[in-house]
Design a protein around this ligand. Structure first.
Ligand SMILES: Nc1ncnc2c1ncn2[C@@H]1O[C@H](COP(=O)(O)OP(=O)(O)O)[C@@H](O)[C@H]1O
Ligand SMILES: [Mg+2]
Length: 541
């Protein structure tokens, strides 16, 4: 069905095209720009266009895609770099310059890439929907391929195989395909949600010991400009103990994305010794790209993340920053002249964010495996004001808050995670797990927290009476707490120290706490603090 552009205001376009539904994808103008129907008024539909629409004119043609915005899912997405409409960026870079030509329709999946297909069922078998029928190797993972429909399998491919060939055939003549399309706004199905229990090791000592996360959990990282959100997100992307990382750069600077790409192609996964790029999918939607595309990048990325979860894998979804997406929602809402809510954000901000964040979790997949989708999302509150609507909306639906502190960042204490105001509701379950391997984990964590808390209150006292006015035991507490801050909580992302596994995290805190206990015992024996500190300094050389 064909229609025409009737009016254009920014990224929203009025079109006349019969039989549309809300959420339908349409191709707008001669350039076939991708848009989505967001409002229907009789014969006129309002379309939010995800691509740069400068140069678009009224009376240009509009065509319906006959359904919603979808992504392609199948083997071969890992290592991919896509724009918000899942068009591969490097491929386009080589053919069409650095920017994607508007309306370009490169496919996400490489239909001609050859995989070695190993069938897991024999012809003649009765297969159920979602039953695994074969496996291909994709980088470091065994990628199962499932039957989309139930029936008796009459043929199954094997050996070198490409996505454009059939995977198998049913007795009734139906084909099985190795890939499919999925609407990005619809959460992918699973059998049931499971409770979260396994820790998500980030490799950041501060997080893993004080604010530990769980696989399937959601953490938010709010922080003002320059507090280290991007560096922290990217460091976690490198080192988290997951099978697949989906990273969305949403409305942030393009040079940061370029740096990330370079690094990922050179670095290796510390666990598998394979290139990091192999386990990562990047969705780049930088600040020079159209604002409306932030919406599609978030949903495109989370749908790809769910796809890998459904293979029974642990997937980590990182977005930097969610605030830029919320700003896009505000812009679109205002173009639609909707009633604004707090700070001009649409009244559906909370439900939209919650609907997206709900896609995280641990699930029993449709094929009966266990898969997890964890989220770590940065938020950039304007002026560092955490009471603003986006931070608050995210807080309501996340289980951990890693609050970045401007004053810590100014002192170059990185990661600038404020240890008094951050929290993790996943702590007790995560600690229980860490304790299975490291019996002292809970006790050392408790001591570490208590020393940091005592430092906080002693600091106030010291401001009044001066350090010299403190008792020797309190001065020892101040000394140890300072060591914990500098030698344990600080972790430079640009050094060999960027990643710490749980063993080294534990040994490091153990050394500091055990020394503190030893020195306190010497104090109790009546040895003066100055002498004890001199001995300690001599001992460590
Ligand atoms: N973990 C870290 N280790 C070392 N330097 C850091 C770390 N985090 C932040 N920085 C420094 O702070 C700067 C700003 O960090 P960035 O992540 O870009 O901030 P934001 O994204 O919050 O604006 C970085 O360029 C880097 O110099
Ligand atoms: Mg940043």
């Amino acid at each position: 069905m064909n229609g025409k552009v009737k009016g254009i205001s920014g990224a929203t376009v009025q079109v006349t095209l019969p039989d549309l539904q809300i959420g339908d994808r349409v191709f707008v103008g001669e350039q076939r720009l991708t848009g989505e129907v967001v409002r229907l008024d009789g014969p006129v539909a309002t379309v939010q266009v995800f691509e740069e629409n400068r140069g678009l004119g009224v009376h240009e043609p509009v065509v319906s895609a006959g359904g919603p915005l979808t992504v392609q899912l199948g083997p071969g997405l890992l290592g991919g770099i896509f724009d918000g409409l899942q068009r591969p960026l490097p491929g386009l870079r080589s053919t069409g310059g650095d920017f994607i030509a508007a309306g370009s329709t490169r496919l996400a999946l490489d239909m001609e890439r050859s995989f070695e297909l190993k069938p897991t069922v024999r012809p003649g078998s009765d297969v159920k929907a979602w039953q695994q029928v074969g496996t291909v190797t994709e980088g470091h993972i065994d990628h199962p391929l499932f039957a989309a429909v139930p029936g008796v399998l009459s043929e199954i491919s094997h050996g070198p195989w490409t996505l454009d060939r059939e995977l198998g055939r049913m007795q009734d003549g139906q084909w099985l395909q190795g890939w499919h399309s999925w609407p990005v706004r619809a959460a992918r199905p699973y059998r049931r949600k499971l409770s979260l229990s396994r820790p998500l090791v980030t490799g950041q000592r501060c997080i893993d010991l004080l604010f530990p996360l769980l696989k399937g959990g959601v953490a938010i990282i709010p922080g003002g400009f320059g507090t280290g959100k991007t560096v922290l997100e990217q460091t976690i992307a490198k080192f988290a103990d997951v099978d697949v990382v989906v990273y969305v750069g949403c409305g942030e600077r393009g040079n940061e994305m370029a740096g990330l790409l370079d690094e990922f192609s050179q670095l290796q996964d510390p666990r598998t010794d394979r290139p990091l790029s192999e386990r990562t999918i990047i969705v780049a939607n930088t600040s020079n790209m159209p604002v409306a595309a932030r919406e599609s990048s978030i949903f495109t990325a989370v749908t790809m993340a769910e796809y890998y979860r459904d293979l029974g894998l642990d997937v980590l979804f990182l977005a930097d920053s969610l605030s830029r997406w919320a700003e896009a929602l505000r812009e679109i809402s205002s173009a639609l002249e909707e009633m604004p809510g707090e700070d001009g954000y649409p009244t559906y901000l909370n439900s939209r964010l919650a609907g997206f964040i709900e896609r995280a979790g641990v699930v029993e997949t449709m094929s009966g495996a266990e898969g997890s989708l964890s989220m770590i999302l940065s938020v950039s509150p304007p002026g560092g004001d955490f009471s603003e609507p986006v931070t608050q909306a995210c807080l309501r639906v996340s289980g951990a808050l890693l609050m970045l502190d401007t004053s810590l960042a100014h002192r170059r204490h990185y990661p600038a995670i404020n240890w008094t105001q951050s929290y993790s509701l996943y702590s007790s379950e995560a600690i229980r797990h860490f304790a299975l391997e490291h019996a002292r984990w809970p006790e050392l964590r408790k001591q570490c927290r208590s020393l940091l808390q005592r430092e906080e209150s002693l600091r106030e006292v010291a401001e009044v009476v001066g350090m010299e006015g403190l008792q020797e035991s309190d001065r020892l507490v101040m000394r140890t707490a300072e060591k914990i801050r500098l030698d344990f909580l600080c972790q430079n992302s640009f050094s060999d120290d960027a990643f710490a596994d749980p063993e080294t995290t534990l040994t490091r805190i153990e050394r500091l706490i055990d020394e503190h206990v030893e020195l306190t015992a010497r104090l109790d024996e009546g040895v003066p603090l100055s002498e004890i500190l001199k001995e300690a300094a001599d001992a460590t050389g």
